[in-house]
Design a protein around this ligand. Structure first.
Ligand code: 9MR
Length: 314
C-alpha cells in the first residue's frame, strides 16, 4: 500500500517541459506519420505546448498541383495540437525549396498572382488555429546578399513585403515571421536580416517576429546569441528559436545537455524571446542522420539534455 502511494506520488510530480514553460513556450516539429507510434505521440503530448508541422504545410505538400489543396496531413497535426493544448506554428509560405514544378515554371504577373493566391488560401484555411506563420524562409546567402531563388529572380526584394501583406490580410491575428539559419550570432547574414526587418518595420509592413532556426553543434553555441536576439527585439518584433537541434559533434551527451541548457537560457534572458521549438525531439526521425542531435535517442530514452532543458526552463 505504502509503495503504491509512493509510486502515485512520483507519477504526479514527474515533471514535463511544458509544466515549466511559463515565460516561453517549448515546442517540437512533428510529423503526422509518426503519431501512430504511441511512444512518439505520448512524449509529444506530455512534454510540449507548441508544435510545428515539419513538412506538411510546405507548398509541395499543400498545393501539389495548381488549385488542388491537400490539407489532410496538416489538419491532423493541427487537431493533435489542439487536443493537447499546444500553440501551432505554421511553416512555411514562401521558400526556395519544396516548390512544386508547376510553380517553378511560372514567371512575372502569373507567378505573383500564384504566390498571393497560395498564401491567401493556406492562411485562410488555418485561420484562427495558427499562432505564428513563417511567412518567408531562408532568403539570404551567407554573405548577406539575397539568395538567388524563383522569388528573388522574378521580383527582386518586393516579394517579401507582398507576402507579409497577403498573410496579414488572410489572418490578421497570426504573428508573421521571417525565418532563417546561421543568423544566431552577429555576422553578415544576420546584419542583412536585421537591416531588412528594420526597413520593413519603417515601411509599416506587418512583420511581427524573427525566427532563428538554430541548427547548432556542441562547441558552436554562439556566445553572443542573447545579444543578437536583443538587437532584433529592440526593433519591436518578437524573436523565437524555431528549429533547434544540437549535434553532439563527437562530444559527450553531458556536453550536449549543457549546450541545450545554454540556448534555452539565452532565450529566457531576452524579453521578447517568446519560445523555443526543437526540430524533432527524437533521433529516431530526425532529419539529421549523421549525428545524434535530439534530446531523446532513437529508442525514446531521455538523454541528459532532457533534464537540462527542464531545469533551464524553471
Ligand atoms: O526536417 C525537414 C526534412 O524532413 C525535409 O526533408 C527537408 C526538406 O526540405 O526540410 C527539413 O526541414 C527544414 C525546414 O523546413 C527549414 N529549415 C531547415 C530544415 C532542415 O533541413
Amino acid at each position: 500500500m505504502k509503495l503504491i502511494i509512493l509510486f502515485a506520488l512520483i507519477g504526479s510530480i514527474a515533471a514535463h517541459f511544458k509544466d515549466h514553460a511559463n515565460k516561453i513556450y517549448i515546442g517540437s516539429a512533428l510529423a503526422p506519420d509518426h503519431l501512430s507510434d504511441s511512444q512518439y505521440s505520448s512524449i509529444a503530448a506530455a512534454e510540449f505546448n507548441s508544435l510545428t508541422p515539419e513538412n506538411e504545410m510546405k507548398w509541395d505538400a499543400v498545393e501539389p498541383s495548381q488549385g488542388n489543396y491537400n490539407y489532410g496531413p496538416a489538419d491532423q497535426l493541427v487537431q493533435f495540437g489542439q487536443q493537447n493544448g499546444m500553440k501551432i506554428r505554421g511553416h512555411t509560405l514562401v521558400w526556395h525549396s519544396q516548390v512544386p514544378s508547376w510553380v517553378s515554371g511560372l514567371s512575372g504577373d502569373t507567378l505573383h498572382q500564384t504566390m498571393i493566391s497560395h498564401i491567401t488560401n493556406v492562411v485562410t484555411h488555418f485561420k484562427g488555429s495558427i499562432y505564428a506563420w513563417d511567412v518567408v524562409n531562408e532568403i539570404f546567402n551567407e554573405d548577406g546578399s539575397y539568395r538567388s531563388s524563383l522569388w528573388y529572380n522574378n521580383f527582386q526584394t518586393s516579394f517579401v513585403a507582398d507576402a507579409f501583406q497577403a498573410a496579414a490580410a488572410a489572418d490578421p491575428s497570426a504573428k508573421l515571421y521571417i525565418n532563417d539559419y546561421n543568423v544566431e550570432y552577429t555576422n553578415a547574414k544576420s546584419n542583412a536580416l536585421y537591416n531588412l526587418v528594420k526597413e520593413l518595420k519603417s515601411q509599416g509592413v506587418p512583420i511581427h517576429g524573427v525566427g532563428f532556426q538554430s541548427h547548432l553543434a556542441v562547441g558552436q553555441i554562439p556566445s553572443d546569441f542573447a545579444t543578437n536576439l536583443a538587437r532584433f527585439t529592440a526593433l519591436g518584433v518578437d524573436v523565437a528559436i524555431t528549429e533547434l537541434d544540437i549535434k553532439q559533434n563527437g562530444q559527450s551527451q553531458d556536453a550536449q545537455a549543457a549546450a541545450y541548457s545554454e540556448v534555452i537560457k539565452d532565450c529566457l534572458s531576452v524579453n521578447g524571446c517568446v519560445g523555443v521549438t526543437i526540430w524533432g525531439f527524437t533521433d529516431k526521425y530526425s532529419w539529421i542522420s549523421s549525428d545524434t542531435a535530439c534530446p531523446w535517442d532513437s529508442n525514446y530514452q531521455a538523454k541528459p539534455a532532457v533534464a537540462a532543458i527542464e531545469a533551464a526552463l524553471q
